[in-house]
Design a protein around this ligand. Structure first.
Ligand code: ADP
Ligand code: MG
Length: 614
């Protein structure tokens, strides 16, 4: 075939392919345009996986009627003037290609009104053909509607996934931008239903709640923006990356890396190197195959990077990549390690005036003690120490919280972050719930239920990895009465249940006969509690999966909780010592399997402060 210049529309469709790979690419470009136009509210509407409809409305600067045709011309942009501008790009867009590319492969309607003008205007662009600009009523801001995406590019359609998958990609994109721009209110409507929204209150944590849910948000810790100041001393202010954001505690994790996000100056970027920096920071705190959740903002002088690496602008190149890598890694590491410390009582914890004024000792603002039933009947004096006192005890997450069933610190090869407890001397039990001990630096107060649960879990996990959880036959096998669907669920899990120490067989009708249980549980094997536990275990598939856990991990945590000594149980001095001795043997003793703390520490220094000795 002789060489020929391709017809314009063919060339345009080919070029469009670089920018618009799938519906989510369109969503990305439109959201970026809205953000560049200083929008405070952005609304996305999609239907049919984005193929039938994508509409993005914003309340930003708007486009003047006269500029409308130009907005669809290739390499037409209001964001840069010259090549030198490329060296300090502060906007998300700059290539002037997006609207042209989108319009080459879809039918587009642009409706817009700049805030300062009273009349809006509208223009239709059909597969690259720009129609007349006509007056139209419009709110201040811009609405772009895309229909029939790729209808004329069957080659592209072939490569798309199901509509549900494409919808998911579009929504994920919006979520990422919602995380990057917490000051902007995002709303998503899919197939006519609102599926997502952020408050736009400027707080990253609010956006995290909207995107990942409250339970994950509760497990996130903030990065300390100054953690890196010292190591960056040798660099000028403009060279220094500022790293901020949130990362998950090691007890909260996912099965994929998808939940690690980076935003460089508000731009969502993918970077294997930075992923690696984050995962490095969790070194030895997460098992292989587990990945943290992270929302990391990097603010950097635009001159320190090149954003023009990729047509879709999803990658950036850093001038000083090692510096950025190290800054991210250090910030994350510092935050993660801080969560692994034994929680400290804050210095003000024991301030005297709080004592007499307490009327409801267990209304502690952090709720830490509120879930201890026997404690509620205790005398108020010691408990009121905790009241309103800013007791810093880490996470008090309810059972079932994201990652709450994690087995932190238990590595596949049995060797991990092995920070063991110092030897502790038992002083006594308080409120039949807490064991008070003395260590090398002050007082350690241990929650007996949480500690015992941790001990049992570690033991069972170790057994399970070695050869299967120790099982104990019951002297009297127990009959458990079930409903038909419950029996079916139990029967579906018989193999798995056997793996963790249960021996169960059908017993006529819908009843099941339990012949053996995990050894740790043998003392608590009453029909009623067995029934509850079994139903918990067989009903937990999806819950476990959503935390990136195996069924067994989830199940063992459940068994440990059932088997552990409860709050409110008196323990003899020997029993208390035995418990502490076992806890000393356990790695990752700081938190029970639900992410609640097993102990809090009151240091000698804090005591001295309280007594005005220094
Ligand atoms: P780029 O964003 O790279 O400049 P685009 O093709 O995405 O190129 O957009 C072209 C121009 O259209 C932008 O430079 C901007 O001036 C204008 N524009 C696009 N979308 C909006 C919007 N939502 N609000 C205001 N102006 C917009
Ligand atoms: Mg753009």
């Amino acid at each position: 075939m002789p060489i020929r210049q391709l017809p314009r529309d063919v060339a345009a469709k080919i070029a469009a392919g670089e920018v618009v790979e799938r519906p989510a690419s369109v969503v990305k470009e439109l959201i970026e345009n809205a953000l560049d136009a200083n929008a405070r509210t952005i609304r996305l509407e999609i239907a049919g996986g984005g193929l039938d409809l994508i509409r993005v409305s914003d309340d930003g600067n708007g486009i003047a009627a006269d500029d409308m045709p130009l907005a669809f011309a290739r390499h037409a942009t209001s964001k840069i003037d010259s090549l030198s501008d490329l060296e300090h790009i502060a906007t998300l867009g700059f290539r002037g290609e997006a609207l042209a590319s989108i319009a080459a492969v879809a039918r587009v309607t642009l409706l817009s009104r700049p805030r300062a003008t009273t009349a809006g205007a509208q223009v239709n662009v059909d597969e690259g053909a720009i129609g007349p600009v006509t007056p139209a009523g419009a709110p201040a801001g811009t609405t772009i509607t895309i229909r029939g995406l790729f209808a004329s590019v069957p080659a592209r359609l072939k490569f798309l996934k199901t509509r549900a998958t494409e919808t998911a990609h579009c929504l994920r994109l919006l979520e990422q931008y919602a995380l990057a721009w917490p000051g902007v209110r995002f709303t998503a409507i899919s197939e006519g239903r609102q599926v997502f929204s952020t408050p736009g209150d400027g707080r990253l944590l609010s956006a995290i709640v909207a995107v990942y849910g409250l339970r994950v948000a509760e497990q996130m810790v903030a990065l300390d923006e100054d953690s890196d100041a010292e190591s960056l001393q040798d660099h000028t202010a403009s060279e220094r990356p500022q790293v901020s954001g949130y990362v998950s505690r090691p007890s909260c994790y996912k099965a994929t890396r998808q939940f690690i996000s980076f935003f460089v100056n508000g731009r969502w970027v993918q970077s294997r190197t930075l992923n690696y920096a984050v995962e490095e920071a969790y070194h030895s705190l997460l098992l292989t195959g587990r990945h943290p959740i992270a929302v990391i903002n990097i603010a950097l002088d635009p001159a320190e990077m090149d954003v023009n690496v990729h047509p879709a602008k999803t990658e950036v190149r850093f001038l000083r990549e090692r510096l950025v890598y190290a800054a991210v890694q250090r910030a994350v590491r510092a935050a993660v390690l801080a969560t692994a410390e034994t929680p400290q009582l804050s210095g003000r914890a024991f301030s005297a005036p709080a004592w007499p004024s307490s009327d409801s000792p267990f209304a502690s603002p952090d709720g830490v003690l509120a879930d201890s039933p026997s404690a509620a009947s205790a005398t108020s004096a010691p408990d009121s120490l905790w009241r309103g006192a800013g007791v810093e005890v880490g996470q008090s997450s309810a059972r079932g919280a994201a990652g709450g069933f994690a087995v932190p610190g238990v590595a596949a090869d049995g060797a991990v972050g092995g920070r063991k407890l110092p030897a502790l001397r038992v002083l006594g039990q308080v409120s039949q719930s807490y064991i008070i001990t003395e260590g090398p630096d002050g007082v350690y107060m241990v929650d007996q239920h949480a500690a015992h649960e941790r001990i049992l879990l570690e033991k069972m996990v170790a057994e399970w990895r070695a050869r299967g959880v120790a099982s104990q036959g019951l002297l009297e096998p127990q009959t458990v009465e079930l409903a038909a669907n419950e029996r079916e669920a139990v029967e579906d899990h018989l193999e798995q249940l056997r793996g963790i120490g249960f021996e169960i067989e059908p017993f006529g009708g819908d009843a099941m006969l339990v012949r053996a249980v995990p050894a740790t549980l043998s003392a608590q094997a009453h029909p009623q509690s067995l029934r509850e536990l079994l139903l918990d275990l067989v009903g937990a598939d999806s819950e476990a999966a959503s935390h990136g856990e195996t069924w067994e991990e989830h199940a063992l945590a459940n068994v440990a909780c059932k088997a552990a000594i409860k709050a409110g149980q008196p323990l003899s001095p020997e029993e208390q010592r035995e418990m502490i001795r076992q806890l000393e043997q356990v790695d990752a003793h700081q938190s029970c399997c639900h992410g609640r703390p097993t102990m809090v520490h009151l240091s000698l220094a804090a005591l001295e402060r309280e007594f005005d000795r220094r």
